[in-house]
Design a protein around this ligand. Sequence first.
Ligand code: AMP
Ligand code: GLY
Length: 433
Amino acid sequence: MKILIIGGGGREHALAWKVAQNDRVTDVYVAPGNGGTQTEKKLVNIPLDPLNFEGLATFAEKTNIDLTLIGPEAPLVNGIVDFFQSRNLPCFGPSMAASQLEGSKAFSKDFLKRHKIPSAEYEVFTDPDQAKAFISQVGTPIVVKADGLAAGKGVVVAQTEREAIAAIDDMLTDEKYGQAGRRIVIESFLEGEEASFIAMVDGKNILPMATSQDHKTRDAGDKGPNTGGMGAYSPAPVLDEKMSNRVMSEILIPTVEGMASDGIPYTGFLYAGLMIDSKGSINVIEFNCRFGDPEAQPVMLRLESDLIEHCMAAIEGKLDQQTAKWDPRPAVGVVMASNGYPAEYATGDKITGLDEISNPEVKIFHAGTEIVNAGETVTSGGRVLCTVALGSSISEATKNAYSAIKNITWNGAFYRNDIAYRAIAREHETLSE
Ligand code: AMP
Ligand code: GLY
């Protein structure tokens, strides 16, 4: 079998690495891939942009690709699945219409409300004066969100009215977010602990993946600017079995049924970003129409069953016949990034220390890397590596991950030193009970 994976980040390295473990899979093409996918067995990088649908579909036809998986949101929201299906090319992902769950926050908030799925109270605005009047009426803290895709930068959690007004001006008046910010959602601030619940969906049936949590902000203590994610672990202790069952019945099942009854059945990975408060209430913060990055890295390291089999069953609407099997050991992933990220950063810096790891419980997934000259690995993006380790406990897995990266470095490398701190505290609480 030949598989095409679209994207070039850490998530795509993890998906491609997992897919390649199927014995029937002979080649995994990654477009465009990165330095990690270039050197992995069975994997081949293809220099095609994820938004070059014509180029990708032509490649898939010529190469007789059996299945295409799409990593990032941009090609999904722009309709790559519809494009591939119109050429009879099998792929697992949501249609353009279904991808609006991520592509338009106004769409997803209206959907949640219509189907009575718990989420923060909200209003949608296009007029800056009306938005500001609303802020002065409801007060702060408050959350201002650009409606469209903004590469993870379209959400401002405003502590003061001034911050909220500045966000409204950036989006609606100054159009700093382009088209994505011409419409905004203003929603109430939710307290609690965030967790990621990602599932495979076939239009009707849901196969939950292992639970996970990520750290969205750049600095220790969950401080500093938002990033794509500075580390992640699986499972999420806050989503124990009882909570996971509630997420299925209160969120996932009504969402999949709601999309089907609205005439836009959802097929693909579905990611519910959740907020769980101290009373145990679960609210949806957002939907993503794809796997999380860096959540995919620890989750794929724990997946023991066959991802290709699950995907093939999903595109035939037979996910109810699948069971996912997980390594019971937790996995923790620590992201290493380049100085300046999430803003401007340098590229082309030589990475050292990558070859020194031979522990089978550790896997280094690449993101912004490329191979140059005689096999030298250099940085090419903000998030550069995500090193994931298994362990007998979350604490152990975290120790293993940090010990694996201690010799990896480049000019300007940084990482958070407190990944999984909440999970570790919870583990200690449980042990001392
Ligand atoms: P989103 O892109 O909608 O997931 O938002 C990015 C981040 O902003 C989330 O991961 C949360 O940390 C935070 N956030 C978004 N909406 C809210 C909310 N209503 N209350 C509190 N925090 C929020
Ligand atoms: N880690 C958050 C995301 O993938 O959106």
